[in-house]
Design a protein around this ligand. Structure first.
Ligand SMILES: [Zn+2]
Ligand SMILES: [Zn+2]
Length: 337
């Protein structure tokens, strides 16, 4: 089988021929149909973050495919099922986070495409308890971006408390932001979309944003405060300036949810203003299996639209360059069929 492999942090990915893995107990073997390219994969391949993966490894945690074989202890999954392989490859299942619905915070977790081989390959093995079934009517090329970009922003909107009567600022309308905007609208919030490229600003209009702000020419915090301020802000952009603007755009009692993970980003909080305004700053990391099942359900009901471009796996390196250069609207998905 073909796989895109990180052999070294400073080298392009290599397309290698590998032996199709055998599923061990509790594992399923998935013939991949589609795999999305997330910014996390780019950080993984570059070794950008404090905890680094160990090369050689296969990135990819937006994998969709068909179960072709399975090991013992996977009675709930059937050969032929379409499943999603997400960032949470497995968790311990018994710590306080796991048993309280916060498996995404498990300290023993393993992650697809980071601590275990991921989905940039024609086949992948995954833990049968942690794959999520994909409803048959969903196009695998749509399901892939929903598996990280979708569930991550869906969870962030939940965590933010966005709802009817609330104004939600979505900062960055790319692969994640275009979905965050849709989930905030589904939640019933008034939405403010911010970006710095024409095509993404146009997309925000198309997706029904109530207000659209061009951060190249407009002062985001001032514009949003003129509307009354943001009750919630979801930060998906990758600059310190955009983090600051999202924080400053909050109204009293507002909540900023940090989601994007630019390398070396930081946000200095003005303590006086933070206390007097009763603001909250919180982080949100991916979502649970249940969150992902809900994301698929919303898509099956026709409530969300996935904006994506499809590529072949052999284009992996140029695809990364295109994302880094901001040349991609929505999500890039490798068609592995
Ligand atoms: Zn991701
Ligand atoms: Zn755990």
């Amino acid at each position: 089988m073909k796989a895109a492999v990180v052999t070294d942090f400073n080298r392009p990915l290599e397309i290698q021929d590998r032996v199709i893995p055998l599923p061990a107990a509790h594992q399923v073997l998935v013939r991949m149909e589609a795999s999305g390219l997330c910014h996390t994969d780019i950080h993984a391949a570059a070794g950008d973050w404090p905890v680094r993966p160990v090369p050689p490894f296969v990135p990819g945690h937006e994998g969709i495919g068909i179960v072709e074989d399975k090991g013992e202890g996977t009675g709930h999954i059937h050969v032929g099922d379409r499943v999603a392989i997400a960032w949470l490859a497995e968790a311990c299942g018994h710590c306080d986070h796991c048993v309280s619905g916060w498996e995404t915070l498990c300290e023993q977790q393993r992650n697809s495409g980071y601590s275990v081989d991921g989905c940039f390959s024609e086949y992948a093995v995954a833990h049968g308890d942690y794959v999520v079934r994909v409803p048959g009517v969903i196009d695998p090329l749509d399901a892939a971006p929903l598996t990280c970009a979708g569930v991550t922003t869906y969870k962030a909107v939940k965590v933010s408390g966005a709802g009817p009567g609330k104004r939600a600022l979505i900062s960055g309308i790319g692969g994640l932001g275009h979905l965050a905007l849709q989930y905030a609208r589904i939640a019933g919030a008034e939405t403010v979309a911010v970006d710095i490229t024409d095509d993404k600003l146009r997309l925000a209009h198309e997706l029904g944003a109530d207000h659209v702000i061009d951060a190249r020419t407009q002062d985001v915090a001032r514009q949003v405060r003129a509307l009354g301020g943001a009750d919630v802000a979801i930060s998906l952009a990758v600059s310190n300036a955009s983090l600051r603007a999202a924080y400053d755009a909050l109204r009293r009692h507002g909540t900023l949810v940090l989601v994007a993970l630019p390398a070396d980003a930081s946000l200095e909080l003005p303590v006086f203003e933070h206390v007097l305004d009763g603001k909250t700053v919180t982080g949100s990391i991916v979502g649970t299996r249940q969150d992902l099942a809900e994301v698929f359900r919303l898509h099956r009901l026709g409530r969300t639209r996935v904006i994506r471009e499809q590529r072949r796996l052999k284009q992996v390196n140029e695809s990364i360059e295109d994302i880094l250069a901001g040349r991609v609207t929505g999500r890039l998905v490798f068609d592995l069929r």
